[in-house]
Write a protein that binds this ligand. Structure first.
Ligand code: CMX
Length: 137
């Protein structure tokens, strides 16, 4: 298993429209993409900070993962995403180590990345995502 860097931090917000001006006008970052991920019931907005991105997540459905998260916990950090080389072999390794996989094999996420989530109950309370660029490794 090889993690190379933190790919992004996912932050749940009630509204992209009201959160984006804080990131742009106060923090001075630039929103370079807005993308809906219908399968995940979210609309996302991305900001680059060095090698890492901030991914703002607005729910498009109260029953989706981010809708349920905001209902329970309010706005805030939703998940931590690592860039990992060899996604399927990393998942196999993690399963062997007893980590509960939400995704047993990679699927498509925002920005065309292959992604997979690990269950927060087996990662010390942090919903963890592994990402890999398609075609890599
Ligand atoms: N971080 C930490 N804990 C979380 C969590 C999160 N983001 N989301 C849920 N939990 C906890 C809940 O607090 C709850 O804990 P308790 O049992 O102690 O109360 C437990 O997990 C179960 O939560 P739930 O609200 O009943 O939700 P579900 O079990 O239905 O789903 C999860 C939880 C993590 C399996 C689901 O949210 C999931 O599959 N997430 C992965 C996909 C995702 O988050 N997509 C959105 C981002 C997409 C993108 O980045 O493109």
């Amino acid at each position: 298993m090889k993690i190379t860097h933190i790919e992004h931090l996912g932050i749940a917000v009630k509204s992209l429209e009201t959160a984006i001006p804080y990131y742009e006008e106060v923090l001075g970052l630039k929103c370079y993409a807005i993308e809906e991920v219908a399968e995940q019931k979210v609309k996302t907005a991305f900001f680059q900070v060095g090698q890492t991105k901030i991914e703002l997540l607005e729910s498009t459905d109260p029953e989706g993962p981010v809708g349920k998260f905001i209902e329970k916990k309010g706005e805030g950090i939703h998940h931590l995403a690592f860039a990992a080389e060899g996604l399927q072999s990393s998942l196999d390794f993690l399963a062997e180590k007893g980590v509960t996989l939400i995704d047993k094999s990679p699927r498509k996420g925002a920005e065309g990345l292959n992604i997979a989530f690990l269950h927060p109950k087996s990662t010390f309370g942090v919903l963890t995502e592994l990402c890999e660029k398609p075609g890599c490794c």
